[in-house]
Every structure is written in C-alpha cells, then in structure tokens.
Design a protein around this ligand. Structure first.
Ligand code: RIB
Length: 285
C-alpha cells in the first residue's frame, strides 16, 4: 500500500442551518449553529485515513484555539501532522450556510495562505517510496504549481481543482488524475465537458453528485452511485477524493477506485458536517 501525502488547507467550519438561504441584504433567523473541522485538504486526509490509508498532512494553521482543534482532530483520525506549520496568523475558517438541501460557503484562508514551497520540498526529500500526492485549490497557486512540478517522478498525483482558480493548464499534463465537479469543469473548459474529457482519457474524472462520476476510456464511462437520503453534501467531494487515493494506493484500477470513491461519498452525505458522515473502512461493505 502506498503512502498518501495531502498538501492542502485545514479550517474550522462555522456552520449555520436555516430554512432558506438569505437573499442579498436580507436578515433571517437560523435554526442551529455548530463548529466542526473542515478545509478541503484536512477533509481529504481524514477521509483517506478513516478508510485505512497511511496519511501525512502538509499545511499551515494558526497558533490559536482553532489550530489546536484542527491538529487534535487530524491526530484523532490517525493522520500524521508532523509536517504542519503553526504560524502567527489566524487559522483558516469556512462560513457555511446549510439550507434548501444545499450549502453555500465562504472560505477565509488565513494561515492556509502561509503554506510554503519549503514545506513541500522538505516532504519530497523524505519520501523514499512511490506515494500518492493529493492536492486541492485552497492554498496559494504557486505552491500548487511547485508541488505538481517538483513531485517525485514515481508519485501518483491526484489534483482536485476545487474551488476553481485559474491555473496554467499545462500542469494537467503532469498530474495522473484530476477530479473537477461539473461547476469546476465548466469554469475550466466551458459548460460541455465532452471534448475536454476525451483530451484527458483515464485522467479527468468529473464528479456528478448523486449521478456518480464519469471519465473517458475510448468511450464515456459513467460510474453510477447508490441513491441515498441526503442530510448534508458538505465534504462529499473531499470524501470522494480521499477514497480515490486509498483505492489507488491499494492498487485498484480506475473503474474500481471510482466505485469505491462513489460509495464512500454516498455514505458521507448521510451525516452532518464535512467529516461527520465520512465512513470508516468497516462501513464499506
Ligand atoms: O469541501 C468542503 C469544505 O470546503 C468545507 O469543509 C469547508 O472548509 C470548505 O473549505
């Protein structure tokens, strides 16, 4: 089994549940408020570790109560935190409204902006065996580029381009897999992904929520997912990516790995909070 290295964001999610999304300029009453651990990088690390992956996290938190909460949570989920920097900035936060069976999120990156290329280089220096690198878009673009360009040549790179930011698309040539959802795919390539997905066979995996995922291998391959009762979709994409990394680390082929990732994501939406529904390996039956 290959080790999994997550280079990415860690945040505390400040979540409000309400009957509806407020309109611009409108004040409404919420029903419940809770804080929980999130951030796409940390979510993917926790998803992978719960499914049995050997996971190390690289990133930055603040020297504050949220930073402590983030690190304790990663350790409780058996993620190696030795490559996380504790900075003088505030820790990252995400401000989430859950309403109308959907979510809206504002991320304040704070310490997540302070991850450095030196941290990434230090990680690469200590990697001695082929591993899996999992990276997303909630850290500065120069760190994303540096990671992809300088990763060990035998590493498998999974790039989750979420949320959408402009990148140099030649980076996609070096990654082994990239996993936009429909919105991100549309921002990257336009509303119709059929040309782009053919350009990146067995590499571009578009996640489609309750419709599963698609990729191209001589033809468009649709990998459907189980229909379940949805409580909270926050973190479903992260669960998909963490699970994909675990499945690939175990040597599953792409089709099997996507089925595994779909199953994990469908379990994750049945719990509340980004990590609340993320399954343990025993639940993957
Ligand atoms: O993907 C879900 C995550 O996005 C949340 O946990 C929140 O932190 C935002 O970064």
């Amino acid at each position: 089994m290959k080790n999994i290295y997550v280079i990415g964001s860690m945040s505390v999610d400040l979540v409000v549940q309400a009957q509806k999304m407020p309109k611009k300029g409108e004040t409404i009453l919420g029903e419940q408020f809770f804080t929980t651990c999130g951030g796409k990088g940390a979510n993917q690390a926790v998803a992978a570790a719960r499914l049995g992956g050997q996971v190390k996290m690289v990133g930055a938190v603040g020297n504050d109560a949220y930073g402590e909460m983030i690190i304790n949570n990663l350790q409780a989920n058996h993620v190696d935190t030795s490559k996380i920097n504790i900075t003088d900035s505030a820790s990252g936060t995400a401000h989430i409204t859950l309403a109308e069976n959907d979510n809206s999120i504002i991320v304040v990156p704070s310490a997540n902006q302070l991850i450095t290329t030196e941290q990434v280089d230090a990680l690469f220096k200590e990697i001695t065996e082929p591993g899996i690198i999992l990276i997303q878009n909630e850290i500065p673009v120069h760190v994303i580029q540096h990671t992809i360009q300088n990763a060990p040549s035998d590493a498998i790179i999974i790039y989750n381009p979420a949320p959408f930011i402009e990148i140099d698309q030649t980076l996609l040539d070096r990654v082994d897999y990239f996993t936009p959802n429909e919105t991100e795919s549309s921002s990257m390539f336009g509303a119709d992904y059929s040309d782009a997905i053919q350009q990146y066979p067995e590499k571009m995996i578009v996640t489609l929520g309750s419709q599963g995922a698609v990729y191209y291998d001589n033809e468009l391959i649709e990998v459907p997912t189980k229909q379940v009762e949805v409580i909270d979709t926050t973190g479903a994409g992260d669960t998909f990516n963490g699970a994909l990394a675990v499945a690939l680390s175990e040597g599953k082929n792409l089709s099997e790995a996507i089925q595994f990732a779909n199953q994990a994501a469908s379990l994750s939406v049945q719990g509340i909070g980004a990590q609340g529904g993320m399954p343990m390996r025993e639940e993957m039956i």
